[in-house]
Design a protein. Structure first.
Lengths: 186, 529
């Protein structure tokens, strides 16, 4: 009697296990989907090459910079200017000020987000402090550079792009290997 | 539809050897015993979750803080939701499936009786774990039943671990129950019980069981990710480590939307059994009911992001999810049309099960319409996370799922106990419930549209009158359910003897065995004409 039910029971149990795996497979699937569509406004995590793109001087795009430390992050963190008007294709450098008011060393990781999300695909960073973890001793400050350009292929409906950084305290997870401490403040 | 030719009554006492006392319930593999335990468990949970709702309504009776701390209020909304969804509605449906599916398809028992025993007996432990977490330092889970990250990861207390394990156990229990239902329906149908002869309750449960094994594992995955994010340093939902909190919502609602159909499809099956009985006409459009149920189940996998319109998504995405959501109204409309058409020119009587089924049709439709309003992306930005949403899902879950469960209990109670319930008391229960439930949930639409947010223990003064009104409705609805308990106890103890058919217009195999249904039924399969 029980043997009669075994094949179907096993098949259904396999479906259940496969769906458990599918839940986890959604994580990389989501990343790929977002990379392709720019859905969540994430920008590339590696440097873009500075292409000899033509500068489109006929067009102006406003870039807004927002920077905020996460609630648990004690650093002061802000951009040098909050707004910049650029031509697509032009390479610009923007500095962010970071200051550690505490007395201990803290490692920070900035996570960028671009709004509107679809514009993330057209915002290229040649160099960014967000590619690595940043280490800052207590009481010190530093300037963190960002080098970027806007792709001339940016669809015409976008006239303003907001780049927002959230800075997280990752000291507890820091191993020291991934960071290239750039501490001009020291 | 079918008729039993064999008679197996003469030897049922011979097989009726069950351990006595408490051991009978611990060791039982009998589908009727297990069904009864599921139903009693669901009723107990309904009252525990209901008591939490009473705390919520007491606090919201007046603006300002009166009785509880905000943190405790949040624990109440969270655990109320978890208990009602996983502890009351789902086990009640599983209990009905255990009791009725074997009797409806002419099977002697569920296909995997020992697994059936496990899937019930791990449930009390799941809810024990969840409930004792309320007594931990810092309190129980307080992040809402949807446990969005980072509320459940970064900002939650250590009771989160207990929450995660209890959800794991609930999930395992549901998956085992669902596998059992599917195997039973596939392998144990009586000869002649073809697919398109199965009662609709069996059909809707079959489809529900498939939904369960598709999405409960995804929920298990989501809570596991929350657990590892919180305690083991992973970053599935933590932006600092390259994760994305919005991903949590995608995974959760990939489970969550089919879950709402898990809680309503069996209700459709129940109403499709009750309406033809009391209209004394066969169900109108049987085949279209089966196809409508299947289409709802398939569509339920394509609409999850309508819970997330405000997280920001491209216009194409918003339109896709909006139109898919609205598309679900079509098969649902087919069902409502069929129920109404079944009653058309029927010789109707209005016993309590029929009253609850009629209330279900009207009030569930109201909940469906507010769901359509919420599906409209631009409008959803105003409704999102307000009491309008609370009104919507309580209309579909309380006057929908819970009313159908109560209707089913009245409908099959004479079959279970062998006694007719007290009709007059049942009518009292119905009318008290009907009036109070609308006092309770209808004004929530208005305060929601006016902007009152959900899950907040205090509110702006202009909502005070409506909230006092809602709370009174809530207390009355809670008290009305005590009538139901009294009626159940009375009916279990005795009453007018029920006949095998119980209801004049009832058709189906379950009405061809005596009342109360013997411990073992259909040991020799019936012959279906």
């Amino acid at each position: 009697m029980a043997l009669k039910h075994q094949p179907l029971t096993v098949k259904l149990a396999v479906i259940a296990l496969a769906m458990f795996g599918f839940g986890f497979a959604l994580v990389p699937l989501y990343d790929v989907f977002c990379d392709l569509t720019g859905l969540n406004g994430k920008t590339a995590v590696t440097a873009a090459t500075a292409e000899a793109a033509q500068i489109d001087t006929s067009r102006e795009v406003v870039i807004e910079f927002i920077a905020r430390p996460n609630k648990q992050m004690p650093w002061v963190f802000k951009p040098e200017v909050t707004r910049m008007t650029v031509h697509p294709g032009e390479i610009h450098i923007m500095n962010y000020l970071a200051q550690n008011p505490t007395s201990r060393m803290i490692v920070g990781q900035a996570v960028p987000s671009v709004s509107p999300g679809q514009a993330a695909l057209y915002f290229h960073k040649i160099e960014c402090f967000c590619f690595t973890q940043q280490q800052l001793a207590g009481g010190k400050d530093m300037l963190m550079p960002l080098q970027f350009y806007v792709d001339p292929a940016l669809p015409s409906q976008f006239s303003t792009i907001t780049l927002s950084y959230t800075l997280y305290d990752v000291t507890s997870a820091w191993t020291g290997d991934s960071a290239e401490p750039s501490q001009p403040g020291e | 539809m079918s008729a039993v030719v064999t008679d197996h009554e003469h030897d049922h006492e011979h097989h009726d050897h069950k351990p006595s006392g408490i051991k009978r319930w611990f060791y039982t593999t009998n589908h009727k015993d297990i069904g009864t335990m599921y139903l009693v468990f669901a009723l107990v949970m309904f009252f525990i979750g209901g008591a939490m709702a009473m705390v919520i309504r007491a606090e919201l009776f007046q603006p300002g803080m009166q009785f509880v701390e905000p943190n405790f209020f949040n624990q109440m909304t969270t655990v109320h939701g978890l208990i009602m969804v996983f502890g009351a509605v789902m086990p009640a449906f599983t209990g009905l499936a255990n009791w009725m599916i074997p009797m409806m398809i002419g099977a002697p028992d569920m296909a995997l009786p020992r697994m059936n025993n496990w899937s019930f007996w791990i449930l009390p432990f799941a809810f024990l774990i969840l409930l004792i977490s309320l007594f931990m330092p810092g309190g129980g889970p307080s992040f809402g039943w949807t446990f969005y990250a980072p509320l459940s990861t970064t900002y939650s207390g250590d009771s989160t671990a207990l929450f995660v394990f209890s959800v794991h156990i609930m999930g395992i229990s549901s998956i085992m129950g669902a596998i059992n239902v599917i195997v039973t329906i596939f392998n144990l149908r009586a000869p002649g019980m073809t697919w398109m002869k199965m009662p609709l309750f069996v059909w809707t449960w079959l489809i529900t069981a498939f939904l369960l094994i598709m999405v409960m594992p995804v929920l298990a995955g989501a809570v596991t990710m929350v657990l590892t994010d919180k305690y083991f340093g992973t970053s599935f939902f933590d932006a600092a480590g390259g994760g994305d909190p919005v991903l949590f919502q995608h995974i959760f609602w990939f489970f969550g939307h089919p879950e709402v159909y898990i809680m309503i499809l069996p209700a459709f099956g129940i109403v499709s059994s009750i309406v033809p009985t009391f209209a004394r006409k066969p169900l109108f459009g049987y085949a279209s009911m089966v196809y409508a149920t299947s289409s709802i189940a398939l569509l339920s996998f394509l609409v999850w992001a309508h819970h997330m319109f405000t997280t920001g998504m491209p216009v194409a995405g918003a339109l896709f999810f909006m139109y898919c959501t609205m598309l679900i109204a079509v098969p649902t409309g087919v069902k409502v049309f069929n129920w109404v058409a079944t009653m058309w020119r029927g010789a109707m009587t209005f016993e309590v099960p029929m009253m609850f089924a009629l209330a279900f049709i009207v009030l569930f439709t109201i909940g469906g319409f507010s769901g359509l309003m919420l599906a409209i992306t631009p409008a959803d930005f105003q409704y999102h996370d307000t009491y309008f949403v609370v009104a919507h899902f309580h209309y579909v879950l309380v006057t929908g799922a819970v009313f159908s469960i109560i209707a089913a209990a009245y409908y099959w109670l004479p079959k279970w106990t062998g006694h007719m319930y007290d009709e007059k008391l049942g009518q009292w229960h119905f009318w008290c419930s009907l009036i109070s439930v609308n006092l309770l949930f209808f004004p929530m639409h208005f305060v929601g549209l006016a902007g009152m947010p959900r899950r907040i223990p205090d509110y702006a003064l202009q909502f005070a009158d409506f909230n006092a009104f809602i709370s009174i409705g809530g207390f009355l609805f809670g008290a009305s359910q005590l009538i139901f308990v009294w009626l159940l106890v009375k009916c279990a103890r005795g009453g007018e003897k029920a006949t095998a058919q119980v209801w004049e217009g009832a058709e189906g195999l379950e009405w061809e065995v005596p009342s109360p249904a013997p411990y073992h039924t259909f040991e020799t399969p019936p012959v279906i004409k």
